[in-house]
Design a protein around this ligand. Sequence first.
Ligand SMILES: Nc1ncnc2c1ncn2[C@@H]1O[C@H](COP(=O)(O)OP(=O)(O)OP(=O)(O)O)[C@@H](O)[C@H]1O
Length: 745
Amino acid sequence: MSNDTNVDDPPEEPLQPPTADDQGAGESLEGSGDDPDGDPADVRDTSDSTGGGINTNDENRGDRSDQSGPGDGSGGFGEDGDGTQTDEEDDIETVEDLGSSVDVDPGVEIDESIAEDDLLGGLQIESTADIEVPDRLVDQVIGQDEARDIIIKAAKQRRHVMMIGSPGTGKSMLAKAMSQLLPREDLQDVLVYHNPDDGNEPKVRTVPAGKGEQIIDAHKEEARKRNQMRSILMWIIIAIVIGYTILSGASPLLGIIAAVVIWLFFRYTSRGTDAMVPNMIVDNSDQRTAPFEDATGAHAGALLGDVRHDPFQSGGMETPSHDRVEPGGIHKSNKGVLFVDEINTLDVRTQQKLMTAIQEGEFAITGQSERSSGAMVQTEPVPCDFVMVAAGNMDAMENMHPALRSRIKGYGYEVYMDDTIEETPEMRRKYVRFIAQEIERDGRLPHFNREAAKEVILEAKRRAGRKDHLSLLMRELGGLVRVAGDIARADDREFTNREDVLQAKDRSRSIEQQLADDYIERRKDYELQVTEDGVEGRVNGLAVMGQDSGIMLPVMAEIAPAQGPGQVIATGQLKEMAEESVQNVSAIIKKFSDVNLSEKDVHIQFVQAGQQGVDGDSASITVATAVISALEDIPVDQTVAMTGSLSVRGDVLPVGGVTHKIEAAAKAGCDKVIIPETNEQDVMIEDEYEDMIEIIPCSNISEVLEVALIGQPEKDSLLNRLKQITESAFDPQVSQTGSSNPNPQ
Ligand SMILES: Nc1ncnc2c1ncn2[C@@H]1O[C@H](COP(=O)(O)OP(=O)(O)OP(=O)(O)O)[C@@H](O)[C@H]1O
């Protein structure tokens, strides 16, 4: 390997491991500004022995073996907000130093005596403008302590991470934060050179970040000088030829033709000089942090690199192959973070290639389209020593290539993102800081006054759907902050106030919520809504659409003698759920009724429901009530709505989204709503609905029927029979001794 790099010659023997000499000044170019005679052809590197050289790819490959051992982190993280390293943070050595999740800045006064009950956690502020936003992204993350710790640890150890969880919980934010934690000094520029031996296999070289530009400039300057010299030479030759033609008395036309031929010759051959300028495919000169590449939904070319098609291909008009090389996300994220959301959407071949790239730490670039001239070209391996952060929901994990998953697992961490977090005064304070963060990020919104901030936190509580918890679906909460801020901004107000937040809540209704409201309106038009009368076999069920919209879905049941073996006949895609509900309730029916369900056809209809309306088995007490009502000919109170899951023993089990369901029942005009007793603590309905509806928690099916059925004495008789069987079912003594079973085997 030559020790001097002339700009005309790409470094040779690219795949030999560098010697100590190679790594030093030998093959490097220094900035032309330092060159005393200004000649780029002999520029030299003066940087230290590890930083300055043009690197062969083996240096990158060497890094990979380090990855298999634990604790091989390159350390050196701890940056200011711009991601640049600061001296005092260079001392940080343990994950714990970085891992402790920050509260609001210590300068803000906190009244601890009221913190417990105050929605702002005791913060003594006028508005969110008093809160300072931390510089580093990792410190801005609210909740997700485990994911945050793992990101910090993985950055130190250069491990891959898989984050699974709901959208908008901070997965890409954490991946970006990770790139700020990786050391910046490892960054490299990647240059692709023309290969004079094989035009279809361009050479690849890496240099420390920022050097690439100097090399390109030096090559361009050299090419410019050569072209200048050639031009002078050309004009001299043309002048001689024309002079000779004139002096020899030959036709001037002959002289002009000779001049044109000479000009064409020089022009044609000058292309070779331009081809010597390398193509910098990765330029990290301006990177203030390690690179972060979001390859979500990228096609193969964008992820793995590509070589552009050349329509001319030969005859001197073609673009040299090294100039047509385009890097992929895997190359641009070299020494940084490659973030891929919904990784299962990448096709299998691309996932396999990604796996190879992870394993090798380098990946040659070739044309991705088989019919393109780019497919003929394949570069030497290009470094792609990235840390991958894969993200998605549970489907993404199940459907991703098993070998790729095992690679991430084997060389990294997996973490599940939380949807809610326990509400503590400190956490409420962080939510106030979140509002300040979102305002700062947007850059135009007015800050929130105390009351507005409280309303946002209240909404986070409501959206959590769980007692003493706050929702961590932060993107949606950020949306509320932005809409409220926009309302205040439109009025040119200094601060966003509570009314703005309330209005924003109404305006930022999700599509599902709008659809649900539309359903309710239409039901009213067609009189499908709540009536005062009792109806046999018809129960007002409740469901959730999307994440935050309740809807009332009546369920109707009809029992008819079966022609053959009895079956459950349900409409549409809810058949499975209906069958399960009937099976659950059949155990109870068998005990209190003489009717043999296996000789009956049970018809169930979810009135006007699409599949999206009902989730899991949350309608099973509704189906059970409808079936029992139809079976016993006892009408159901139509001013009652209900939600709850049912066990085979008749227990009412908890379900999700109770708050939204209760609100939907109130909007639809119901007077009472039955919910599982265990869900009582999760209820956080808006004040406006509180007086509209009575919430009745129930723990077993007889309590549900007690509320829902009307029409004595049939109801009393049914409840008596039911009581006997449920009491014996719940009697621990009976269960323990097994005496309820007359014939124990
Ligand atoms: N835990 C969090 N702390 C602070 N802000 C957050 C958090 N999660 C999300 N955000 C805010 O929401 C925005 C979107 O979050 P992000 O893109 O990280 O979500 P995601 O989980 O990657 O979602 P998706 O899977 O839909 O891409 C962030 O830019 C940030 O403003």
